[in-house]
Design a protein around this ligand. Structure first.
Ligand SMILES: [Zn+2]
Ligand SMILES: [Zn+2]
Length: 217
């Protein structure tokens, strides 16, 4: 458990890195991806935060390492609401997509969940408390991958969960992926929370990190 910035925490890693934002409002706590273990999420109690106060979970894409714990979390905390891009919604909401989600590769049985809202188009803003979560469609790794930008006190925090890829035959689109990376670079984020490779700051290091995956650099 590590504090990334004011009210932003890296909960830990199980499958992927899981991040948590305290909205300090009636919207409670917001989770970025679930990872693979409810026990990991429950560890926020050590920070004095109540896992039952998690009201919203923004899912960045349909891969199992980001969504395996969703079902258990919903069972534990019934009022929780899930959000994901509509283009990734079917493997999240329906059974039988173990190849797409990579559940079969991980040897995990995925239990589908219902999304409260399907994000559409290039960008949608979710407002929780005073915070605006800019959900930016960044297709490529999967068709409905999103990255989330959150600005706190002028500091831009980017949750770019699988911006490192990989490009998976039959699921990913390399051309779209390259376009998405350029879009993320243009955001000039100050802090990058990556899904598997840690936290990068300041802005120069974020740019450097993104550029290494852009072919033309
Ligand atoms: Zn992924
Ligand atoms: Zn991942």
């Amino acid at each position: 458990m590590e504090k990334v910035y004011k009210n932003v925490y890296h909960v830990g890693d199980s499958g992927c890195s899981v991040f948590l934002i305290d909205s300090e409002s009636s919207d409670g706590l917001i989770l970025i991806d679930c990872g693979m273990s409810l026990n990991l999420i429950k560890k926020i109690a050590k920070l004095g935060l109540n896992p039952l106060d998690i009201q919203h979970c923004i899912i960045t894409h349909f891969h199992i390492d980001h969504i395996a714990a969703c079902y258990d979390l919903k069972e534990y905390n019934k009022k929780l609401r899930f959000y994901a891009h509509e283009l990734d919604s079917i493997p999240i909401e329906e059974a039988g997509y173990d190849r797409e989600t990579a559940a079969s590769w991980y040897g995990v049985k995925y239990k589908p969940i219902k999304l409260y809202k399907k994000l559409q188009g290039e960008k949608e803003i979710l407002k929780f408390g005073n915070y605006q979560f800019e959900c930016i469609h960044t297709p490529g790794h999967t068709p409905g991958s999103i990255s989330i930008l959150l600005e706190i006190e002028g500091v831009k925090i980017l949750f770019g969960q699988d911006l490192h890829g990989p490009i998976i035959p039959g699921v990913s689109d390399f051309g779209e992926y390259q376009k998405s990376l350029k879009r993320l670079l243009d955001l000039k984020a100050d802090i990058l929370c990556e899904g598997h490779f840690g936290i990068y700051k300041p802005a120069d290091r974020v740019s450097e990190y993104i550029k290494q995956y852009i072919e033309s650099y």
